[in-house]
Write a protein that binds this ligand. Structure first.
Ligand SMILES: [Zn+2]
Length: 264
């Protein structure tokens, strides 16, 4: 059997057990397999485990490879550089230059400093790199929101329902770091100290901790041990107007994952 045919057979088999797209509420039939985290995140394109596949419809699967690439590249520029990273960074940079040249222009590599941050009761130094706001809006935030939908499905075997909200908060940007510490945010999410360790890849490209309380879930993603994303998953009844500054996403069968318009 050819490689393509074998792959097709595997996908079909997977979709029998996982028939509904987990990225748009669970009512649209899945026709593809998404990887969470995406393959582009790993230095050798080798995924660390077999438990990273989630069902997606055509629409939800399409168009995210650009965000995957841009996010991987941004995370890498903030990581502690090792000689073994050289080739990988070049490959990523080339990909971004080809597929999202406007993003490449926004990534400024200068002016990075270390900032002490208290996470999980432990203070560590995190790299602070100035990143254009638009980079978050167009690529990093939608990418992170998608990870929340995928990881929720991976751990619970059911999608985040349509109408639920997903909060995305990155800790890489100087502005965000000064505004709110992760510890404060965790306390607001009422999940402080109850997080479980999820997957951790061998090169630390990607790791996360999580807690899926039915009312408020929480995932903390670490990318290359340098960028951190906090993801909150809120029941549809959650009053988002109480936190007008949070970046919130939602999903549904019509539009898929999209940012909730900020209230006027
Ligand atoms: Zn979908």
């Amino acid at each position: 059997m050819g490689e393509a045919k074998r792959k097709m057979g595997k996908t079909a088999e997977f979709l029998i057990d996982h028939p509904w797209c987990c990225l748009c509420g669970g009512s649209v039939r899945a026709t593809t397999v998404e990887h969470a985290p995406p393959r582009v995140f790993f230095l050798n394109r080798a995924l660390p485990t077999n438990t990273h596949r989630v069902p997606a419809c055509e629409r939800c699967n399409n168009g995210s490879s650009q965000a995957d690439q841009v996010t991987a590249f941004v995370a890498m520029t903030m990581a502690i550089q090792k000689p073994s990273h050289q080739e990988y960074i070049l490959r990523l940079a080339k990909g971004v230059a080809n597929n999202a040249p406007e993003a490449l222009a926004m990534i400024t590599n200068g002016g990075s400093t270390d900032v002490p941050l208290r996470v999980d009761g432990q203070t560590d130094l995190y790299s602070r790199v100035e990143v254009d706001h638009e980079l978050f809006t167009n690529w990093l935030n939608p990418w992170a929101a998608k990870q929340a939908y995928a990881l929720h499905y991976l751990h619970l075997g059911k999608p985040i329902p349509a109408g639920a909200k997903v909060m995305v908060q990155w800790f890489t940007n100087a502005h965000v770091i000064e505004e709110q510490s992760p510890d404060e945010l965790l306390r607001q999410l009422r999940s402080y100290g109850e997080l479980r360790q999820g997957m951790k890849s061998s090169e630390n490209e990607y790791s996360y901790k999580y807690q899926f309380d039915p009312e408020i879930g929480c995932i903390i993603l670490m990318l290359h041990d340098s960028s951190m994303v906090m993801l909150g998953i809120f029941d549809p009844s959650f009053p988002e107007h109480e936190h007008p500054k949070w970046t919130m996403f939602t999903t549904g069968p019509e539009r898929g994952i999209h940012e909730v318009e900020p209230l006027p």
